[in-house]
Write a protein that binds this ligand. Structure first.
Ligand SMILES: Cc1ncc(C[n+]2csc(CCOP(=O)(O)OP(=O)(O)O)c2C)c(N)n1
Length: 578
């Protein structure tokens, strides 16, 4: 029985505790000052991490969510605090990341008055949230928080905004945590329709050249073991999307690596020649399909996904299966059987040999070498959090992921400035999990370009203050490299506003100014020693600046609008790599 009236701020804090929230990534301000005051008084069970920019807070919450599979929580003030979260909310929406973003709001009677720091954040974020709530009555606060977390984590996960007017936070009511909530019109599907699953199993048995096309939904659904068993039992090769990396061991002979714009040439060949494509928790994104009319021209399509809006959205499915990937794969497993696919697998091996991922070894410092050394150092037991651009694609191509949740990136929105705060959030979550299990946390590696790193570098101070042993890599090529690559290839080498060297800081000094360790490497011979030195640092972040060559490009590549079998590969222009 609830005894006494408490403030809305206390109800919020008690609700977050009841939800089992571990971290709140937040930044205070006038509209939420009472929540911060109550946090000071109540010393809640969760830890509040004071980020230095609300965008950093949202990416930290995303990194936490991706690394742990839990819901990330953000708390910000009204107006600019709220608008600073917009990029992170959009990012989470595109990449199906469960977040609850708590935004302060002006008092209800001032809403619509252009009050100081008023912003209609619900309106602003309507198209980039899974759902949003404006809490008008303190008696509804606890149940709203419970609903928000439920919506964020179930079905296809996504961000939920809860807008909290200042008077609601100040009002008093008893704290009562609801045992259950009812959400009219919201239901989630788990099992696939059995008839469709049987049809899919038949199609898989009959296909001569099937291919599993695996997306991030498989990892979200914790279905990677089931997927691996299915692939091995049926001898069906696996290609993954950027977000699917880690869902199937890339060192397994059945792996053909990543597909799409910067995927492997052989994965795209497999897509173009397969007769059955089994999409598992993937959404046929344009970076995957390229020119969609020419994509997978010989394939029948099975599409397994939890989101009904996603199925047949971009490519019509011959066998749609609406359901949670884990449940559907469990339904499929007993219905499929081993089949010798020697011809198809031999063909794939030949493609792998014909055009492998490769780069030139000529004494210049190249990013691919650094990524491979990080893999060697960790044996793959690490969480790699990349930024956006060339660094992202080399990290995808050359790390060889073998474990789910070992790769985190901003895939849908492609947000520069994502990596450092997301790595920080991942490291908080993994450190906590390791403490609870009395184990050592796996290393978290943040990989950045020199451009993107500067977009959220302020979080270095937060990571240092919390003694997070992040391994931060800055691949400094002196340019906005991915844009420079497009300028070189498609804009006659007009390098318009992509040269960063004149304004770049000294990255080693920058790290040290934030009480991190800074290391610099300029030669391939020093890469291993630099990484070894970084791994010796255990009580703070370490930033490794690698001064890589400017000219290196990401290959292979499907030019924008081209078909996926029209890749530019190093093979076709060897003089560039002489
Ligand atoms: C916030 C944001 N602004 C602009 C872009 C467009 N963009 C994509 S990649 C890129 C260049 C990134 O340069 P850098 O961070 O140095 O990484 P590199 O490509 O050199 O690895 C730009 C500007 C973006 N993705 N995100």
């Amino acid at each position: 029985m609830p005894e006494k009236n408490v403030t809305g701020a206390e109800i919020l804090i008690r609700s977050l505790e009841a939800e089992g929230v571990e971290f709140v990534f937040g930044h205070p301000g006038g509209a939420v000052i009472q929540i911060y005051d109550e946090m000071h008084r109540l010393q809640p069970k969760f830890e509040h991490i004071l980020v230095r920019h609300e965008q950093g807070g949202t990416h930290a919450a995303e990194g936490y969510a991706k690394a742990t599979g839990k819901v990330g929580t953000v708390l910000v003030t009204s107006g600019p605090g709220a608008t600073n979260t917009v990029t992170g909310i959009a990012d989470a929406f595109m990449d199906s990341i469960p977040l609850v973003v708590l935004t302060g709001q002006v008092p209800t009677k001032l809403i619509g008055n252009d009050a100081f720091q008023e912003c209609d954040i619900i309106g602003v974020t309507r198209s980039i949230t899974k759902h949003s709530f404006l809490v008008r009555d303190v008696r509804e606060l606890a149940s709203t928080i419970k609903k928000a977390y439920h919506i964020a984590r179930t079905g296809r996960p996504g961000p939920v905004v809860v807008d909290l007017p200042k008077d609601v936070i100040a009002a008093r009511a008893p704290f009562e945590w609801p045992e259950r909530i009812s959400l009219r019109g919201y239901s989630t599907i788990t099992r696939g329709e059995q008839g469709q699953v049987e049809k899919a199993a038949r199609m898989m048995r009959q296909a001569e050249r099937p291919l599993l096309y695996v997306g991030g939904g498989t990892i979200i659904s914790n279905a990677t073991d089931a997927l691996t068993r299915l692939a091995r039992k049926t001898q069906i090769p696996v290609t993954t999307t950027l977000h699917g990396l880690g869902s199937f061991p890339e060192d397994d002979p059945l792996s053909v690596g990543m597909l799409g714009m910067h995927g492997t040439w052989y994965a795209n060949q497999a897509v173009q020649n397969c007769d059955l494509l089994i999409a598992v928790g993937a959404r046929f994104d344009d970076r995957v399909t390229g020119k969609i009319d020419a994509w997978a021209p010989h394939a029948k399509i099975i599409h397994i996904d939890v989101d009904p809006a996603c199925i047949s959205k971009n490519v019509p499915a011959d066998c749609p299966i609406l359901g949670d990937v884990g449940h559907v794969l469990a339904q499929l497993e007993p219905l499929v059987e081993f089949r010798n696919r020697a011809d198809w697998l031999t063909q794939i091996e030949a493609w792998k040999a014909e055009c492998p991922l490769e780069y030139v070894h000529d004494g210049a410092l190249r990013p691919q070498h650094i990524i491979q050394e990080l893999r060697r150092k960790t044996g793959g037991h690490a969480v790699v959090v990349t930024d956006v651009g060339q660094n992202q694609m080399w990290s995808a191509q050359y790390f060889t992921y073998a474990e789910p949740r070992s790769h985190i990136t901003s895939g849908g929105l492609g947000t520069m400035g994502f990596s450092l705060p997301a790595a920080m959030g991942a490291a908080f979550g993994l450190r906590k999990a390791a403490e609870n299990a009395a184990e050592n946390a796996v290393p978290v590696i943040s990989i950045n370009g020199d451009g993107g790193f500067l977009m959220n570098m302020q979080e270095l101070g937060v990571a240092a203050a919390h003694k997070l042993p992040l391994k931060i890599v800055v691949l400094n090529n002196s340019y906005l490299g991915m844009v420079r690559q497009w300028q070189e290839l498609f804009h006659d080498e007009r390098y318009s506003h992509t040269h960063l060297a004149p304004t770049n800081p000294d990255f080693v000094q920058l790290a040290e100014a934030f009480n991190c360790v800074g290391l610099r490497c300029t030669r391939p011979d020093d890469v291993t020693a630099t990484i070894d030195a970084a791994w010796e640092v255990t009580d703070r972040p370490v930033l490794m600046e690698f001064q890589v060559i400017t000219e290196e490009m990401v290959f292979p590549m499907v030019p924008a609008g081209a078909a996926t079998d029209e890749m530019i590969t190093q093979r076709f222009n060897p003089e560039e790599f002489a």
